[in-house]
Design a protein around this ligand. Structure first.
Ligand SMILES: *Cc1c(COP(=O)(O)O)cnc(C)c1O
Length: 358
């Protein structure tokens, strides 16, 4: 068996969820588990949070069906709402909540014949310019929604913050004010905060918050990683040294020879690559833990392997344990070397990495 896997500590996810709740004690926190729970296994994560979270959120219908088919019974919010008309009745019957962010989704609700009323979230545009209705459209669609028999009489007013991971940015306050004005005028419950806003923007906390990334134990702030205090990374990506070579001065490593040994060096080959989701853009010097000590990545990451300089690591041998990110090496740090975010690395894990749930 290939010695590469991601260990997932489910208890850490439960504890991180409790951190989110303690930061926003007046809110209900819907656990965001889209993209296979940011790579952690949506069914396992939903199972461990089932007794704690009032509901789950995923991006789209198929992700919600996967949870139901696995026996998860809590409501599941589809953050992008229905994509096709025939999803609406099934969503109602299966206890999925539907986001409405455009007219066509209202039309689909009007046409649907379901046995149960569906709970709707109405998404407003307040500054992100991605999905959402402007205020006038939202007024009109809300009125129509409230007249429909198959829609619950309480509609959650929702928006997504564009810059919450930059606590100094005044855009967050503008967005919060816009959405609060609307929700108060209509006396409807409200949902604004993602992880970053839960941690640093209490004015955004409302009836419903939507924590995602923080549940997996990492700070959503690329520049302020210490705000993640109290969170514990749930995933540790591990592999092993499967090859070791001694290099002479002037010899180079890997495709394109992008790293050349200055003196004599000892280079280890690790059984993980971009085919597993390790970022190909990680440059020379990206930290890798070998036997618990930091060693620099050298050479270009290949599909199934990468190389590390073991010259300064005493006792590193074939079979030696390697941590790519996790409890002892922040995924955010690896991501910043590779010019991306920890979100992308976690969600980008590929299906060939076995998840070992603990
Ligand atoms: C993904 C997502 C979230 C969670 O964001 P985090 O930064 O991971 O906490 C919240 N709301 C919406 C609409 C999302 O798409």
């Amino acid at each position: 068996m290939r010695p590469t896997s991601a260990t997932i500590r489910l208890k850490a996810i439960r504890d991180n969820y409790r951190v989110a709740c303690s930061l926003a004690p007046g809110s209900s926190n819907i656990a965001v588990i889209k993209a296979n729970a940011y790579g952690h296994g949506a069914v396992e994560v939903a199972t461990v949070l089932q007794d704690e979270a009032p509901a789950f959120a995923v991006a789209f219908f198929e992700e919600a069906v996967q949870l139901r088919d696995a026996g998860i019974e809590k409501p599941v919010l589809l953050l992008q709402g229905s994509m096709e008309a025939d999803e609406v009745a099934e969503a109602a019957d299966r206890g999925f909540w539907l986001m409405v962010h455009k007219q066509i989704q209202l039309d689909q609700l009007c046409a649907a014949k379901s046995d149960h009323p569906v709970r709707v979230w109405l998404k407003l545009e307040t500054g992100m310019h991605r999905l959402g209705l402007d205020v006038q459209e939202a007024e009109r669609i809300l009125e129509r929604l409230l007249s429909l028999e198959n829609v619950c009489s309480e509609v959650v007013i929702c928006t997504q913050l564009a810059c919450a991971d930059d606590p100094e940015n005044p855009v967050t306050n503008q967005q919060v004010n816009r959405i609060r004005t609307f929700a108060e005028r209509h006396r409807m419950p409200l949902s604004i905060a993602n992880s970053a806003a839960i941690m640093t923007a209490p004015e955004s906390h409302a009836q419903w918050n939507r924590p995602g990334y923080m549940l997996y134990g990492n700070s959503p702030f690329a520049k302020m990683q210490s705000v993640g205090d109290g969170l514990r990374p749930a995933m540790t990506m591990r592999s092993q040294l499967i090859g070791i070579q001694e290099l002479s001065p002037g010899e180079s490593v890997g495709y394109g020879h992008v790293w050349t040994s200055e003196g004599r060096s000892r280079i280890g080959t690790v059984a993980i690559g971009y085919g597993d989701g390790y970022p190909r853009h990680a440059p020379n010097g990206t930290p890798v833990l070998v036997n618990g000590r930091r060693a620099p990545l050298v050479g270009r990451v290949s599909m199934d392997m990468l190389s590390v300089d073991l010259t300064a690591i005493e006792g590193a041998q074939l079979g030696g344990e390697v941590e790519l990110w996790g409890e002892n090496l922040s995924v955010n740090e690896v991501a910043s070397f590779a010019g991306t975010s920890g979100y992308e690395l976690l969600a980008g894990l590929t299906g060939r990495v076995p998840l070992v749930h603990q």
